[in-house]
Write a protein that binds this ligand. Structure first.
Ligand SMILES: C[S@@+](CC[C@H](N)C(=O)[O-])C[C@H]1O[C@@H](n2cnc3c(N)ncnc32)[C@H](O)[C@@H]1O
Length: 333
């Protein structure tokens, strides 16, 4: 497979590959209740080091290779010609950038579009639910599109139940639960800013945030606190980042997921549900499942695997059908 700079020297080929990627997603493009999806999933669409997300006309293009300004401009022109978007925002994610301090954020995820008109905020739909997307300013723009199948699964498993949404970000899982009959939804995240954004998502869907809980705090502390208080939930969603630090724990999904599961298991009601998610390509599905089993065993909880979920094959195909980076297990505990 040619690398991205090589494809930028052969723009007819790049245009052809982008068109093929688009055709594969035509069912999503024509679905009026879902206006956000991935248009290009790098190597799986034969375009190495490029992913493009579509948010109701606005494109967010992530670059995993370093490009010159000239190469970026060629890419923008080709994307603009092929998809006729309102605007294109760039996220520069070369491997080295993972270690760069916040100072560099401006150049990695500029506020302003790289092409087209400025759109600070845009409303999108996913299966009829509205979310606010903020395309500039941060590497993450408000919704992880690869979680669409997991949100859809949760929708059918929360009616009449209490739920806890850990590592809530903009509260996607909490919102789905609150819209589909959960009697209590607690959204928990370290960042007040993303919880406020989550509250905006609730309002957008005509739910009064005051009726639900948005707790800004450390998940590891709060799981311990809930457990001590005897506070239990019928459904617990675990969706940690690959690495997290807190006062007491340096969490890595590769090695500490079992501890997180053990902690969470103590606050799941009998026959309650655990939705355990891991989006780290370095952690195999097998390792992830083994860690879940270990955590539940240590907590003295048996379980039934209800479903193994992941990313949609339509817009998140994987290269050569390899294991997808996102792994999600729905378990009855
Ligand atoms: C991968 S995102 C979660 C995505 C989210 N579940 C969704 O579906 O949109 C990770 C989130 O975890 C939060 N986070 C990281 N460490 C945390 C901690 N120790 N306690 C609480 N939240 C944490 C970050 O602020 C971030 O919003």
């Amino acid at each position: 497979m040619p690398d991205l700079p090589a494809l930028l020297n052969n723009t007819p080929k790049l245009e052809e590959l982008l068109q093929i990627a688009r055709v594969k997603r035509v069912s999503l493009e024509q679905n009026p209740s879902t206006t956000a999806f991935r248009l290009v999933n790098s190597g799986a669409d034969e375009i190495a080091d490029l992913s493009v997300d579509f948010f109701a006309g606005v494109l967010v293009a992530s670059l995993y290779a370093e490009l010159s300004e000239k190469q970026e401009n060629v890419l923008l022109e080709v994307l603009a010609q092929t998809f006729a978007p309102v605007s294109i925002y760039l996220k520069r994610r070369p491997k080295e950038a993972r270690h760069v301090a916040n100072v560099a954020r401006d150049s990695l995820a500029p506020d302003a579009p790289a092409w087209g008109e400025r759109v600070d905020e845009i409303e999108i739909l996913e299966n009829g639910v509205k979310y606010l997307i903020r395309p500039g300013g941060d590497l993450s723009v408000g919704l992880f599109l690869d979680m669409r199948e997991s949100r859809a699964w949760l929708k059918h498993h929360v009616a009449g139940k209490t739920m806890l949404n850990t590592f809530a970000y903009t509260c996607g899982f909490g919102l789905i639960s609150s819209l589909n009959g959960a009697t209590r939804a607690v959204n928990l995240d370290l960042s007040r800013r993303v919880l406020d954004w989550g509250q905006d998502n609730y309002r957008l869907n005509k739910l009064e945030p005051k009726r639900f809980d948005f707790i800004s705090g450390d998940v590891f502390d709060w799981l311990t606190r809930f457990s001590r208080r005897g506070d239990k939930f019928d459904v617990v969603v675990l969706d940690p980042p690959s690495f997290a630090t807190s006062k007491h724990i340096r969490f890595s999904a590769a090695t500490n997921y079992d501890e997180l599961v053990e902690l969470a298991a103590s606050i799941v009601t009998p026959e309650g549900l655990l939705l355990a998610c891991c989006n780290n390509a370095q952690v195999s599905k097998r390792n992830f499942y083994a860690q879940i089993k270990t955590g539940l065993k240590r907590a003295g909880r048996g379980f039934n695997l209800l479903q193994s979920l992941g990313q949609s094959k339509i817009d998140f195909p994987t290269l050569n059908n390899l294991e997808s980076p996102l792994k999600v297990f729905a378990l009855e505990v």
